[in-house]
Design a protein around this ligand. Structure first.
Ligand code: AGP
Length: 598
């Protein structure tokens, strides 16, 4: 996820663009840049790092010019660096492009354009747009952009300049883009916060919209026809707008999950088959896989164990990185060691991977941050595409890790083609299934009120639902400060039953898989000790409510994917419990987003 901005009007563009970009840094902040049209030339300035660092590099210079575009980046293709920072230009520097999204067919386009003599100077997908527009430009910028976009597959919010045109051409497909209408000045941005300092009159663009913005006004086209779009007045404060109108980043990020699943799949699935850029693993077919991680990422690894062993029949061990580093676990060179870390900076996980490399193991990292430390350590990297996660509690990055582990399992699996296609079809259905869980959040909010007055809660599950229960307990613990314990459902009677009373609610994660019947037995055993029992269960489950007090229904998916939908439900459960308890939520006490100490 990145942030783009465009300005055209009577004022100097540079300070407006830089100020607007600061309001979008929550969308990405590993590098940034801007381009302004000044004296018939496009001047481009960009740096690795934050807007503040770019401003320092400018050391007070204002390049003048009243038309410009800017970008703050969350790297998806090409490590964070000045050369990969946007804006990207054509060979002659006559065209500047800023982009949020993923150009899925950029490799093919890059090869074609390079064969035509276009010289590429970055590793990004975005740069192909600048060269495509160059190929088609013959004095009419919007026409060149129209033709360029006919060749692009993927998601984009674009703002494009040409040195000969006092205009901005912007376009939107599956990435947000909004117009701002000021007093004889116009803005375009990824999100409303970038505009509110200057105007609260906005036009939300729709997929397929192409907009031509001049000093005199703007024209919106879609499918070759001029289309009217409603002008709206935004009543949010700037801070509200940064959270997209959500009260907390956590809720906003949970609601981003469907898009995150789409983006992660789009990156790794090419025309329906696996083997995109990051899944091209030529690591030796391993005799076993060892996963090392911490916290939520450890729970993702546990889900990965169930999925990979189910689909690929490769034995998988999962170790807490902090324990692994002080154990004498034998390591064979045949072991593939997978480090899962959304930040890519967790000290324990980095140390574990270093130990694995020293033992001669092949190493793979699953991370959300290009350029993070783990990407310089592991032999292979698979990137999740969750975008920046501001809330300390991991939500959408956890789901993105699960999606990546499902893809990894399919990559290593030897299942029949028909079965594989069925799994891919179900993966593609997950954004919709998750959206249905999100649409039912009011019911989850209502159930969350049933646990907020307690100080101890158990989460139980079996099979793939066991790590889901562990993660649900961690979420509740870390943001609502209720003591919650995740337990294998079959283990509760081996001691923890002693703690069960009316004062210890139990959340039972129930998937319609081979553990279903034994889970019902466990629930009956638990219920006999009087605690309130909440089940998280499939929408088609007609038995469960006979045995529990409350049911959180999640949309039906193939049981092996229930970890995705049930986890989102438990994230919402934790969120609303914490909200009712008046907790801080985005920045829980004593925690940090990235634990860079052992
Ligand atoms: C998750 O909600 C916590 N914030 C924490 O457990 C986190 O998952 C853990 O510190 C690992 O972080 P990483 O994925 O960046 O390595």
């Amino acid at each position: 996820m990145c942030g783009i901005v465009g300005y055209i009007g009577k004022r100097s563009a540079q300070p407006i663009i830089l100020g607007a970009l600061k309001r979008l840094e929550y969308r990405g902040y590993d590098s940034c840049g801007f381009a302004v049209l000044s004296n018939g030339k496009i001047e481009v300035f960009k740096e690795r790092g934050s807007i503040d660092e770019l401003e320092k590099a400018l050391s007070g210079v204002n390049v003048g010019g009243t038309v410009g575009v800017g970008h703050t980046r969350w790297a998806t293709h090409g490590e964070p660096s000045r050369r990969n920072a946007h804006p990207h230009t054509d060979c002659k520097g006559d065209i500047a492009v800023v982009h949020n999204g993923i150009i899925e067919n950029f490799q093919h386009l890059r090869e074609t354009l390079a064969a035509e003599g276009h010289v590429f100077r970055s590793d990004t997908d975005t740069e192909v747009v600048a060269h495509l527009v160059e190929r088609y430009y013959n004095g009419n910028l919007e026409e060149a952009v129209r033709r360029a976009l006919h060749e692009v597959k993927g998601s984009y919010a674009l703002a494009i300049l040409h040195k000969a045109d006092e205009k901005i051409v912007a376009a939107r497909s599956r990435s947000p883009l909004v117009l701002g209408v000021g007093d004889s000045e116009f803005f375009v941005a990824s999100d409303v916060p970038a505009l509110l300092e200057h105007t609260n009159r906005v036009v939300h663009l729709e997929d397929g919209d192409l907009v031509i913005i001049t000093r005199e006004g703007f024209r919106i086209e879609n499918g070759g026809n001029v289309v009217p779009r409603k002008m709206e007045t935004v009543l949010w404060s700037i801070e509200d707008a940064e959270r997209g109108g959500y009260e907390h980043f956590m809720l906003k990020e949970i609601h981003e999950t469907p898009r995150v699943i789409e983006n992660t799949l789009a990156t790794h699935l090419r025309d329906g088959v696996l083997g995109g850029v990051d899944l091209d693993l030529d690591v030796p077919q391993s005799s076993e896989i060892l996963m090392v991680a911490c916290g939520t990422s450890f729970h993702a690894a546990l889900v990965g164990k169930y999925v990979i062993e189910e689909l690929a029949s490769v034995p998988v061990r999962v170790e807490l990185a902090s324990e692994f580093n002080y154990a004498t676990t034998p390591l064979s060179r045949e072991t593939l060691v997978v480090g899962i870390t959304q930040s890519g900076e967790t000290a324990d996980t980095l140390s574990a991977l270093k130990r694995a490399k020293a033992a001669g193991c092949a190493t793979l990292a699953i991370t959300n941050v290009l350029g993070s430390s783990v990407t310089r350590l592991a032999d292979r990297i698979i990137y999740t595409r969750a975008g920046p996660e501001i809330c300390v509690a991991a939500t959408k990055t956890f789901t993105a890790q699960l999606i990546t582990l499902y893809l990894l399992a399919l990559h290593f699996s030897s299942i029949e083609l028909a079965e594989r296609q069925k799994m891919l079809k179900e993966l593609r259905r997950l954004p919709t299934a998750v959206q249905r869980v999100l649409d039912a959040e009011d019911e989850i909010k209502e159930v969350s009120g049933r646990i907020t007055s307690y100080e101890n809660v158990f989460f139980i599950g079996r099979g793939i639902s066991f790590p889901v229960a562990l993660e649900g307990a961690l979420k509740l613990k870390e943001i609502s400060y209720i003591h919650a314990e995740g337990y294998a459902a079959g283990e509760l009677k081996h001691g923890p039953f002693a703690l069960l009373t009316e004062e210890t609610p139990v959340v039972a994660v129930v998937a319609p898989d081979r553990t279903y019947d034994i889970m019902l037995n466990n629930i009956k055993e638990v219920k006999a000790r009087k605690p309130p029992v909440i089940a998280v269960a499939d929408e088609h489950d007609e038995e469960i409510e006979k045995y529990v007090d409350f049911v959180i229904r999640t949309s039906h998916v193939e049981p092996i994917f229930s970890a995705i939908t049930n986890s989102v439900a438990l994230q919402l459960l934790a969120y609303y419990a914490a909200k009712e308890r008046g907790c801080e939520i985005d920045k829980p006490r004593n925690l940090a987003k990235s634990v860079t100490v052992e």
